[in-house]
Ligand binder design. Structure first.
Ligand SMILES: [Zn+2]
Ligand SMILES: [Zn+2]
Length: 620
């Protein structure tokens, strides 16, 4: 093994790495605290350490002393205990409780958990308890812990051993893979990566062969409502994904191939899990503790593996590889229903202050494949996307975030508009009221300016989105007969067309649009005007109606169920302090409109995300 410099240079992505480690630390911490509360199917004592119920040691004092003694012995001579671990394993009674083996495994797992505190190479030799424990884990690793773990998971009957021992072994392996990042990136010992990758591949191959053990069933140890083994396996995969490439082509190739090797398992872990729902949030505590097994991180990592495949014999494109995977390893194996329902669950359970845009962009990545697209309608994904847009607007997210999410959602719908049969487009028009989303997006875009609304990317996106609807409107116009679809399109567009046109016109003179992006707004204005005309809306009529409505609204209570919504109230009205655009006859009506009438989503005050709702509820 090459000797290490006394102090490794900080990697380039130091800040990012530190953040991730802090998050992981928080996660492990939450898990270790939960250790005592793990549930088994019937609460029998199988899971408990036998020493806990030892009658001669009611307070566990002897057990504590014995634990400390073994810990100290391991710290004094780590290499000896790696050998001992192997010996105990060779002498074990298969599939039975082997107390000494299990105890030693728990101790080593305990040392491996010290990496929770790791932030910098200097931490390892700190003269503190944590520093010493990290150093012990390093020495266990260097004394061949990887090879011993490899022996364990190589056995075909590894998964027939006792579940709590399996669980500890998988935890240690996860920590060895994490150590891989430290050993290579921080300490510069890149050749160490081969052994760690091999251990990962062997582990994952065995897990794959026994993957039904990761499913939720009566017998498994669960955290919240999540299978404990699945969480441990997810952690190994997550650590693998954090292993970085370096410039050595052989290392690069081995990392890529390993990630490709395990992606079927990674997908399995993702699709078998559920996103963090209320039960799991309650169980795991704060959102940052939610284990990776319950997030969409693994799905995202699977998608990343298609970029480059050194072993692809046909040297196909990324798209061809991904298409084959979706067809052969997803749809044929799990069926479209299960896949789409898992995606819908993520949309429905998504925390709105988490990166929803990322989830939508993953959905877009798979939705564009003809083997997937038709299922978006069948299994309700179009509706789930529509709902998440509304939920996000109501949640009071910033306008910039709303705009990014709308753009991504509309981009998924656009795929259908450009590639799917008219019946499917009509479904979206009718059931998702997509024109209302487009209008909302166009207004946000015009108000925020190109830079803020798009992050400076893809200058033609808004125009493409308006045009997708316009082209379909043109086709619909040509249809003969009763043409109820045209009527629907006209009625839904009418509500938003002139108000949006008004915003576009007003914004054109704003200083936001003085620069090089002015053309984008002008083009958008032309396209939006043409859309209305093509669907039979007359600007003069719509303007008069709009102005009449604005005037009427200034004289009545804005809450639609108030009796003074249609007739002039006897007393004077008060404006919404947030936007000044609507008036109410009473506080009660304002509160109802804010919550039930969803004024919360429309009120301009939302622009300032820091303002609480109570501020808006004050009347003039
Ligand atoms: Zn009222
Ligand atoms: Zn308001």
């Amino acid at each position: 093994m090459p000797t290490q410099g006394a102090q490794a240079a900080k990697p380039d992505n130091w800040e990012l790495e530190s953040k991730r480690r802090e998050l992981l630390k928080a996660f492990y911490h939450s898990r270790s605290q939960l250790g005592g509360e793990v549930e088994t199917d019937d609460g029998d004592s199988d899971w408990e350490d036998e020493t806990d119920s030892d009658e001669s040691d009611p307070y566990g004092e002897k057990a504590d002393a014995a634990w400390d003694k073994l810990d100290a012995a391991i710290q004094r001579n780590p290499a000896r205990y790696v050998k001992r671990l192997r010996q105990l394993w060779e002498q074990r009674v298969r599939h039975e409780k082997n107390k000494e083996l299990e105890d030693l495994t728990s101790h080593i797992s305990g040392f491996s958990q010290s990496l929770e505190d790791y932030l910098h190479p200097d931490d390892i030799d700190e003269p503190s308890e944590e520093g010493r424990r990290m150093a012990t884990f390093r020495d266990l690793y260097r004394a061949g812990l990887t090879a011993v773990c490899e022996l364990f998971v190589q056995e075909d009957d590894f998964f027939q051993e006792r579940e709590d021992w399996i669980s500890e072994v998988l935890r240690i392996i996860g920590q060895i893979v994490q150590w891989g990042t430290i050993e290579t990136e921080d300490l510069g010992n890149w050749p160490a990566i081969y052994g760690i990758l091999r251990l990962t591949r062997i582990t994952c191959a065995n897990v794959w062969a026994n993957r039904e053990r990761l499913l939720d069933d009566e017998k498994s140890i669960v955290y919240g409502n999540q299978n404990g083994l699945r969480i441990s396996v997810a952690q190994i995969l997550f650590e693998l994904d954090l292993l970085q490439d370096n410039n050595d082509p052989a290392i690069r190739k081995d990392i890529r191939s390993t990630k490709i090797d395990v992606r079927r398992l990674e997908f399995f872990v993702w699709i078998s899990g559920s996103p963090p729902n209320d039960l799991n949030r309650a169980f795991f505590g704060r959102e940052t503790f939610i284990p990776v097994a319950m997030s969409d991180t693994l799905f995202g990592k699977v998608l990343e593996t298609f970029a480059e495949d050194p072993a692809d014999p046909k040297n196909r494109t990324r798209e061809a590889r991904m298409h084959a995977f979706l067809r052969d390893d997803v749809l044929s194996v799990y069926g479209a229903e299960k896949f789409m329902h898992r995606l819908n669950a993520s949309l429905r359970e998504s925390r709105l202050d988490m990166p929803l845009e990322g989830l939508l962009s993953m959905i877009w990545e798979v939705a564009i494949y003809p083997v997937v697209t038709p299922h978006l309608q069948t299994y309700g994904t179009y509706i789930a996307i529509r709902e998440v847009c509304d939920r996000q607007a109501l949640h009071g997210d910033t306008e910039v975030d709303q705009c990014l999410v709308l753009a991504q959602a509309l981009w998924i719908y656009r795929r259908t508009f450009t590639h799917q049969p008219a019946a499917e487009i009509a479904y979206i028009v009718r059931n998702c009221n997509v024109i209302e989303l487009i209008a909302r997006y166009v207004r946000l875009y015009a108000t925020l300016g190109h830079q803020a609304a798009t992050g400076g990317t893809d200058p033609t996106k808004p125009l493409h989105i308006v045009q997708m609807y316009a082209s379909f409107a043109e086709i619909t116009n040509l249809r003969s007969g009763k043409n109820t679809l045209r009527k629907t399109m006209r009625n839904t567009l009418r509500q938003d067309w002139y108000p949006t046109l008004h915003v576009l016109r007003t914004q054109r003179d704003d200083k936001l649009w003085r620069g090089k992006h002015r053309k984008q707004l002008t083009d958008l204005l032309i396209a939006w005007t043409a859309l209305g005309t093509s669907i039979g809306l007359d600007e003069e009529t719509e303007r008069r109606d709009y102005e009449r409505e604005v005037k009427r609204m200034s004289m009545v209570c804005a809450w639609k169920e108030c009796k003074y919504h249609t007739e002039k109230p006897p007393t004077s009205l008060h404006s919404c302090k947030g936007c000044g655009e609507v008036k109410y006859c009473s506080r009660d009506c304002q509160r109802k409109d804010w919550i039930d009438g969803e004024h919360k989503a429309r009120c301009r005050r939302i622009k300032d995300a820091s303002s609480g709702r109570t501020g808006v509820l004050q009347l003039h």
